[in-house]
Design a protein around this ligand. Structure first.
Ligand code: ADP
Length: 266
């Protein structure tokens, strides 16, 4: 006997997607979105077709990181057409950022409205064939997480990647993510430690600004796979924070500049 699914329309959309992975972090500013963007780009380099769904409704940063800030999605008969970050259409992206009138607009919604938006993201986007759908979530465990799992759970998403930084506070918070995953029966695929150490651009020595190995220790404690660490890299900030539209020259030679998204609340 087959159990009646509650959200068959979600299953229909997921039918052309091989793997669904959520990216979680205990708190903001640890680099969850930049890790999502890097994962997406690495997979594209390996010739996979990738979709990034940004469900951080109050602080969408994926459009900016992929240099797609001015883009808009459009409606086709098959659904909402995502924005593509490359000419070969291997990296598709969907975010509330594409639906807002301008980049300074923000969303102040209660749970039910967020829930409806997330449902629409999961049912109306025309992804086509994808190898991976990476879902970038807001920090912590909020309405968005509960909503996305409400719709995905019965379709068995592959699991979650937990992003943390080496500091103890971040690690404490990531434990909560782990507890959340257990509660909603979402497998944890592993832990990535971001901003672990600073590689000096002139001497290449690695300085551990915070502390080190926390992510790995935490992974061990919970019996999770440690997937690796990403050092602090000033070039990464330049790349992401000043990302340009694909095709346009990346004329960002200077340092600093304004227009930083600097907030930590992304
Ligand atoms: P989150 O999604 O967890 O809120 P973001 O991915 O938006 O965090 O990152 C916050 C800021 O830190 C961004 O400006 C980003 O460019 C920067 N950042 C993230 N990871 C690194 C890193 N490894 N090295 C340098 N800067 C980083």
């Amino acid at each position: 006997t087959t159990v009646q699914k509650q959200h068959p329309e979600v299953g229909q959309r997921l039918a052309t997607i091989k793997h669904v992975i959520l990216i979680l972090s205990g708190k903001g500013g640890v680099g969850k979105s930049s890790v999502t963007a890097q994962l997406a780009m690495s997979l594209v380099q390996e010739n996979y077709r990738v979709g990034v769904l940004d469900i951080d409704l109050c602080g969408p940063s994926i459009p900016k990181m992929l240099g797609l800030e001015e883009k808009k999605i459009h409606q086709a008969s098959a659904g909402w057409v995502p924005v593509y970050a490359d000419e070969k259409k291997r990296l598709a992206c969907m975010s509330i950022g594409f639906l807002l009138p301008n980049k300074d607009s923000s969303v102040v919604w209660r749970g039910p409205k967020k829930n409806a938006m997330i449902k629409q993201f999961l049912t109306d986007v025309y992804w086509g064939e994808l190898d991976y759908l990476l879902i970038d979530t807001p920090p912590g465990t909020s309405d968005e997480h509960l909503s996305v799992m409400e719709y995905l759970q019965e379709w068995n998403p592959d699991g979650a990647v937990l992003v943390t930084t080496p500091q103890l506070v971040a690690l404490t918070d990531v434990r909560k993510e782990y507890t959340f995953c257990k509660r909603v029966m979402l497998p944890v695929l592993g832990v990535i430690e971001n901003m672990s150490g600073f590689v000096c651009p002139t001497c290449s020595n690695c300085t551990n600004l915070f502390s080190t190995g926390g992510g790995e220790a935490m992974a061990k404690e919970f019996g999770l796979d440690f997937l690796g660490n990403v050092p602090i890299d000033p070039n990464l900030v330049l790349l992401f924070d000043q990302a340009k539209e694909p095709g346009s020259s990346s004329g960002s030679s200077g340092v600093g500049g304004n227009g930083s998204n600097g907030d930590g609340s992304a």
